[in-house]
Write a protein of this length. Structure first.
Ligand code: DX5
Ligand code: ZN
Length: 228
């Protein structure tokens, strides 16, 4: 799955930005509050209007303090998936239950330096795991390959039937870096500058999808080969 991040789109033309990525699986919306991260973007009123402007399922990534108070509003507005940061959430299990009760998927995100092991049990309550591959706050940063160990851990738990999260990655994804992320077992790739920095964003989405599918196919072939 490919989820273009509108952080790299023209904020004065958000409806056009959603039209430009027809065929994308999710539309990734970065909500930042200038407290949890040193940047400020958009909040609930803009997301509500965006939901009316597109049929693409909206994936809200909340980089905000106090998600215990604010996350539910995005689910009630109709977001498909709402992700909160484990570093900011006080009662993550309650957040996940409330999000699901409101009809959304519940996502949990870890910053690059946050380990995953302590949160594996917690992930049983969530539908998606968002592994940050840059420090959250800005688009256009360089991919941090070290975080792929967390992807591999999550993939192994999912494949073993211990977890059932969708594994998402966010930050520095382009047609080069997506290959290693796909091999590590990512299901959903967020890409901002690689999509909206391209002349044809829809084509950029298709190109990312193709490279990821090929890399994932190669890995599965290898696993099958090792098993026989
Ligand atoms: C960063 C955001 C990302 C950002 C990714 O804090 O969470 O979603 O848009 O942008 P690129 O793909 O340019 O790294
Ligand atoms: Zn994001």
């Amino acid at each position: 799955m490919i989820a273009p991040s509108i952080l790299s789109a023209d904020f004065a033309r958000l409806a056009e930005a959603t039209d430009a990525v027809r065929g994308a699986d999710w539309l990734h919306v970065d909500v930042m509050d200038a407290h949890f991260v040193p940047n400020l973007t958009i909040g609930l009123p803009v997301v509500e209007d965006l939901l009316k402007a597109t049929d693409i399922p909206v994936d809200c990534h909340l980089m905000i303090d106090d998600p215990d108070r604010w996350a539910i509003g995005y689910a009630e507005a109709g977001a498909h998936n709402v992700t909160v940061h484990v570093e900011a959430a006080r009662e993550p299990v309650k957040i996940a239950k409330d999000l699901r009760a409101a009809g959304a998927k519940a996502g949990l995100s870890v910053k690059p330096k946050t380990p995953l092991e302590p949160y594996v049990e917690l992930l049983r309550h969530f539908d998606t795991l968002l592994v940050m591959s840059v420090e959250p706050g800005f688009g256009g940063q360089k991919f941090m390959p070290d975080v792929l160990d967390k992807v591999r851990l999550a993939r192994a738990k999912v494949d073993a039937g211990e977890l059932s999260v969708l594994v998402e990655i966010d930050g520095g994804i382009n047609t080069e870096t997506i290959e290693q992320a796909a091999e590590a077992g990512v299901d959903c790739f967020v890409a901002g500058s690689a999509v909206y920095g391209a002349d044809d964003p829809a084509r950029a989405v298709a190109a990312l999808r193709e490279v990821a599918a090929r890399a994932r196919g190669k890995t599965q072939e290898r696993i099958r080969g090792e098993a026989t």
